[in-house]
Design a protein around this ligand. Sequence first.
Ligand code: NAP
Length: 278
Amino acid sequence: MTVKTLHIIGCGKVGRTLARLWHEAGLFSINGIVNRTENSAAKAVSFIGAGRAIATISALPPADLVMIASGDDQIESLCSELAKTHSLDKTTVFHCSGALSSSILKSAKQSGALTASLHPVKSFADTADSVKTFAGTYCGMEGDKEALAILEQALHKCGAKTFAISPQQKILYHAANVLICNDLTALMEIGFQCYERAGIPREFAVEITKPMVAETIHNIQTKGTACALTGSVARGDMQTFESHLQALKDWDSTYAGIYEQLGKIAMDLAQQQKRMAA
Ligand SMILES: NC(=O)c1ccc[n+]([C@@H]2O[C@H](COP(=O)([O-])OP(=O)(O)OC[C@H]3O[C@@H](n4cnc5c(N)ncnc54)[C@H](OP(=O)(O)O)[C@@H]3O)[C@@H](O)[C@H]2O)c1
């Protein structure tokens, strides 16, 4: 069976990770890579170990699949450029955004393509690490059946797991990813700033919180959020809660607002915990 050819338009963290895995597993033959600059495309080629940097979308030869792994805001216009310059009959065109559905690729569909979206539920902070840790990643998928069959097989062979997501609900699905991954990072940043203000250097703060962070995540994943909740709100120590709030108000009103709003969610969880224990 001939190996299908794959172009990548927008080959950053996600594009490089998937292309390297697929190349190493011999699943796709990596062909053209188009980035904003040819220099960046050449770096992607070097990381993947295959493909060739191509200056413009119009210069791409025909291929079986095209992955658009640019930032979300560029996907529609890059797809339109592809559709304007190519006949896409039976080509599979897909993107990796969690926020957008495959309907953003309508210009390709009108030109005969099969379209899909593939969203890895993973934080691609470091590309070399992402290649090593990709197996076991869950990928949310939607789109044309034939396109999904090809992509699911390629993902499963790299050890990933796939699940269906509703194209209509993708934006809420993606907001959930952001809250649990990106906003958790932002929340921990506030926590580390608090430690620093209390005289504990950041590196030591990162160190001393490691067991507590791991325990919290473990408890959430094994017992659920209501049972995992500990601390002053869970105990009903509301004077302590008010003292935290005042100390934060004296320092930073935005952080105080976040603490207060999260405290309300924690109070709801504490009520649930009490009901479960009764
Ligand atoms: N990062 C994550 O953790 C993550 C997780 C799941 C899904 N995703 C999704 O995956 C997609 C890619 O994200 P990413 O984090 O990999 O982004 P990224 O690292 O910023 O890479 C984006 C790539 O797109 C290229 N690009 C931007 N505008 C372009 C244009 N006009 N023409 C050609 N290439 C262009 C950039 O080229 P240059 O290098 O030349 O600037 C860059 O290589 C997004 O849809 C994102 O929502 C990301």
